[in-house]
Design a protein around this ligand. Structure first.
Ligand code: ZN
Length: 380
């Protein structure tokens, strides 16, 4: 590849809107403002250029999970990269505390190498009433001492902890996380509206897969959903796979939170990028059928088989959301949440050259990460 590349003629989605016949200049690993005379020009007319996707909640893919070995973790990372995710936070599921501490050491090493953007602990501090696909016998109350163990185990790479703040120690744990610069995410929770407001006031800033694994919106007991949607400080995660959310629920969240406070996530498990079959989610067995992952025991939905390119296509073609709003929910908003907005999340000069090339049907035709093509470009 030439030292400098110009991608010319695309519909480029910038934070300010869509530029038709736009161009993105890549120099080394970054996006540049001007191109030298010897730059290679690639004609990408008829395509969209959008920032690389940022997934803050993802358990695995390609037959491997973030609870596995280093090789398995990298397999999952590569699988999602092929689908446009250039920044990825590895999520664990509820497991034995000693196992989580050990796994955090491994994940933090891969984060230091630049393969991961951090660690998200989903559980064990969650509600047995809303456990979803988490092992009930391994759940525990959010004791701040144990929360601190997970913060420390990530050696500066623990980015988010999902917890049920209504449990004993919950609010103190939210405060502790916030003090350490770790995102406190409200999820797998049975909290009331009032308890959720208290958690947000204590520092919680994320709704873990809003609507899923929490009490539904009721007119006399509005629950976590109303509190999380209403508060400007909260970013709401949404799993846009057509299974986890009715399209009307997605629309309601998008209208209410506005495009600036939504982060599309995959919550993907091992089967993402592969297909149906038997898999493990942490210690639990999962059957994937027609792309829907369910626990073998009990039938609870067990993560998704989603990739963010499919979430993008669905949001535009089925949900009919405006492309810039979808781009914000897939890139800028999660990047800001992670404190990485100076590096990734938009196609602006000086940032990492992380981008996705999509054709008119919103299918991936190229993925570039830090200036290197991971996929394609596949051009007619
Ligand atoms: Zn999850």
């Amino acid at each position: 590849m030439a030292p400098s590349t110009v991608l010319a003629g695309a519909r480029v989605v910038l934070p300010t809107g869509i530029v038709t016949d736009g161009r993105v200049i890549v120099e080394g690993t970054r996006i540049a403002t001007a191109s030298p005379a010897d730059a290679e020009v690639i004609d990408v007319r008829g395509h969209w250029l959008v920032p690389g996707f940022v997934d803050v909640h993802n358990h695995g893919g390609g037959g491997a999970s973030f609870s596995g070995t280093a090789d398995e973790i990298l397999t999952a990372v590569r699988t999602h990269r092929l689908h446009g995710t250039t920044t990825l936070v590895a999520s664990t599921v509820t497991d034995d505390m000693d196992f989580l501490v050990k796994q955090a050491g491994l994940l933090s090493e891969l984060a230091e190498q630049g393969d991961l953007a951090g660690i998200h602990f989903e559980g064990p501090f969650i509600s047995p009433c809303r456990k979803g696909a988490h092992s009930e016998e391994l759940l525990r109350d959010p004791d701040p001492e144990e929360v601190r163990r997970l913060i420390d185990a990530g050696r500066g790479r623990t980015r988010m902890v999902t917890l049920a703040a209504e449990l004993p120690g919950g609010i103190d744990s939210v405060r502790l996380l916030t003090e350490h610069g770790v995102i406190a995410a409200v999820g797998h929770t049975d909290a009331t509206y009032e308890q959720t407001v208290q958690a947000i006031d204590a520092g919680a800033t994320v709704a873990t897969h809003l609507f899923n694994a929490m009490p539904p919106l009721g007119h006399r007991s509005p629950g976590p959903v109303a509190a999380l949607l209403a508060d400007e400080r909260v970013t709401v995660e949404l799993i846009n796979d057509g299974t986890h959310l009715h399209p009307a629920a997605l629309e309601l969240a998008f209208r209410h939170a506005g495009a600036g406070r939504v982060a599309f996530i995959t919550d993907a498990m091992d089967a993402a990028g592969i297909g149906d079959g038997r898999y493990m989610l942490g210690p639990l067995e999962v059957e994937v059928s027609d792309g829907v992952a369910r626990l073998v025991q009990g039938g609870s939905i067990a993560g998704s088989t989603l990739t963010l390119d499919r979430a993008f296509k669905r949001a535009v073609t089925v949900d009919r959301l405006p492309v810039p709003d979808v781009v914000a929910a897939l890139s800028a908003n999660p990047a800001r949440l992670l404190g990485l907005a100076d590096r990734v999340g938009s196609l602006e000069p000086g940032k990492d050259a992380d981008l996705v090339l999509l054709d008119e049907d919103f299918d991936v035709k190229g993925v570039m990460r830090r200036g290197a093509w991971v996929v394609g470009p596949q051009l007619p």
